[in-house]
Design a protein around this ligand. Structure first.
Ligand code: BEZ
Ligand code: FE
Length: 285
């Protein structure tokens, strides 16, 4: 068949027709249709297409065991959050991106421990309950948390300043599904901008900041895991997260509390900042 702007798409779609795996066939044919439509509409010059290939090549070259520039690209294009949202579980806490700063093997800590190993300026207690969709508390659930410092850095970004494990903890909920830990109020911070994704943000006049948040990865037997964030309500960049992860249900008041009884329950002294974040897990299908 003669290759023309109009015959290109059916020709390439047809080339995948014998793919044995039906899902792979569907995806490759769909990709062909959308990609060709995109190229026909954008009508890039040869120089522009070479620049696009050069950009993607550079994204790949920045990837290593400790850096995933393709995920970062997916994050800033909103694709990571689109995939998360499409795979959400009805009735459960909404999921968000995992991000590059999660460590497998967070330090195990006891309820009430501090994840702030530096002694920050504003004591904060984060507490909550892990629940099933019917409101039943999930005892023995694991809650993996990680966050940056009051200055906006994760421990892995400052190995000479922060002890490994600062801002991290793996907790297990009590009989009533509760968890609580001491920490500091996190700060907004920029995603890594020293690679091609940073250049893209720069060229498009987009800022690189993520609003202040605490990450959570919660799991319980027989339930779907959830990876999510508690965002500091009203914080800087809350309406323009560089990776589009903010959802209304994940906004949490980090409010000053003068409640001495509550403070005593958490083993701290009032006043302190209190953030309450419950996590709902759906039953595994
Ligand atoms: C984070 O929150 O740790 C993060 C998420 C996506 C990209 C960069 C950082
Ligand atoms: Fe983060």
């Amino acid at each position: 068949m003669d290759f023309t702007i109009d015959t290109a798409t059916p020709a390439v779609e047809q080339s995948f027709a014998a793919t044995p795996d039906p899902r792979l066939r569907e995806i490759m044919q769909m990709l062909t249709r959308y990609l060709h439509d995109f190229v026909r509409e954008a009508a890039p010059s040869i120089a522009e297409w070479n620049a696009a290939i050069g950009f993607l090549t550079e994204v790949g070259q920045w990837c290593s065991d400790t850096r995933q520039e393709f995920i970062l690209l997916s994050d800033v294009l909103g694709v990571s959050m689109l995939v998360e949202t499409l795979n959400g579980h009805e009735g459960g806490t909404e999921g968000t991106v995992l991000g590059p700063f999660h460590m497998t093997g967070s330090p195990k800590r006891s309820l009430g421990d501090s994840i702030d190993l530096l002694g920050g300026s504003r004591l904060c207690v984060v507490s909550g309950t892990v629940l099933g969709v019917g409101g039943e508390p999930l005892a023995g659930a694991t809650v993996d948390v990680w966050q940056c410092t009051e200055d906006g850095f994760y421990d892995v970004q400052q190995p000479d300043v922060q002890p490994a494990g600062n801002g991290r903890g793996l907790f297990r909920t009590d009989e009533q599904g509760r968890f609580w830990f001491r920490t500091v109020v996190p700060c907004h911070y920029p995603i890594p901008t020293d690679g091609p994704v940073g250049q893209l943000l720069d060229a498009t006049h987009r800022h690189p900041f993520r609003p202040a948040h605490v990450h959570f990865l919660a799991s319980a037997d027989g339930h779907e895991d959830v990876t999510t964030h508690a965002f500091v309500a009203g914080g800087a960049h809350i309406d323009s997260d560089a990776v589009f992860a903010v959802k209304k249900g994940l906004l949490v008041d980090f409010a000053e509390s003068t409640d001495a009884e509550l403070a005593a329950r958490f083993g701290v002294e009032a006043p302190f900042v209190h953030a309450r974040f419950d996590i709902v897990l759906t039953k595994r299908a």
